[in-house]
Design a protein around this ligand. Structure first.
Ligand code: SAM
Length: 235
């Protein structure tokens, strides 16, 4: 096993760390909120009394965006989030580490099989800042009795009309001047169009709905034909 030689916090994003290895490589990591427990087979690292979970950019598009120089990363300690398309919790688990016990992640997933896995890996393992919601993100009113106003809405559902679904949710749940984060998987939105055209069309949907676009980051080589878009809800 390659030895760890240092851990330092990301220069811009609190709660995100760089782990340095003796071979000169650096990997992203977060401090494990549930020490001793893994969520997706990630490497655990002990350093100066803390346990870190290595954050794999090939498995998490948010990590890929950070690796590719994302400038606006509104998720921090205490952040309240609505996360649409939680799947088995890979990315949610790292966000759970970052926001800590003062934050909250309302995590929406509509596949019962995947949801069960999410429950086993995150909720049953003691992540108290994660609120699991088995529901369809296309119908935000389904969870109106559970979700309170949030700082950020994030979507990664690999379905058509993601920008519209994100805006439908953010209109209801995101505070004024809060953020939206959109992962676009171009191929699943319209396979006949070039990725850049799909990105532009989805971005235009957000703009038309009154969201200001702050940044777009492509995720290659970690994920092909994907991009992360960060926007802001203008009051
Ligand atoms: N964001 C996850 C991560 O990084 O760990 C990966 C998400 S995966 C690409 C997309 C997930 O969205 C799938 O688990 C799928 O079941 C879910 N999904 C698709 N359409 C949905 C909808 N309308 N409402 C809720 N979840 C949906």
């Amino acid at each position: 096993l390659i030895q760890v030689v240092g851990v330092k916090e990301h220069d811009k994003f609190r709660g995100v760390y760089w782990v340095s290895f003796e071979d000169g490589t650096e990997r992203l990591a977060t401090i494990n909120l549930t020490p001793g427990r893994r969520v997706y087979g990630e490497q655990l690292i002990q350093w100066e009394g803390k346990e870190y979970r290595v954050w794999n950019p090939y498995r998490s598009k948010l990590a890929a965006a950070i690796m590719n120089g994302l400038k606006v990363m509104p998720i921090a300690e205490g952040t309240r989030m609505l996360y649409l398309g939680a799947a088995s919790g890979t990315t949610v688990s790292h966000i759970s580490d970052i926001v800590g016990n003062n934050g909250i992640i309302y995590s929406v997933e509509f596949s019962p099989r995947v949801f069960r896995e999410f429950m086993e890996k995150l909720v049953d393992q003691g992540r108290k800042n994660v609120i699991p919601i088995l529901a369809d993100a296309r119908y935000p009113e389904q969870y109106i009795h559970i979700v309170r106003t949030v700082d950020i809405a994030y979507i990664d559902i690999a379905q058509p009309f993601q920008a519209k679904i994100l805006a439908d949710n953010a209109d209801v749940y995101v505070k004024n001047n809060g953020y939206v984060m959109l992962v676009i998987k171009a191929m699943s939105i319209d396979v006949t169009k070039e990725p850049s055209e799909t990105f532009k069309r989805e971005i235009d949907v957000l703009k038309d709905r009154g969201y200001e676009i702050l940044e777009t980051v492509h995720l290659e080589p970690y994920d092909t034909a994907h991009a992360m878009v960060i926007g802001r809800k203008i009051s």
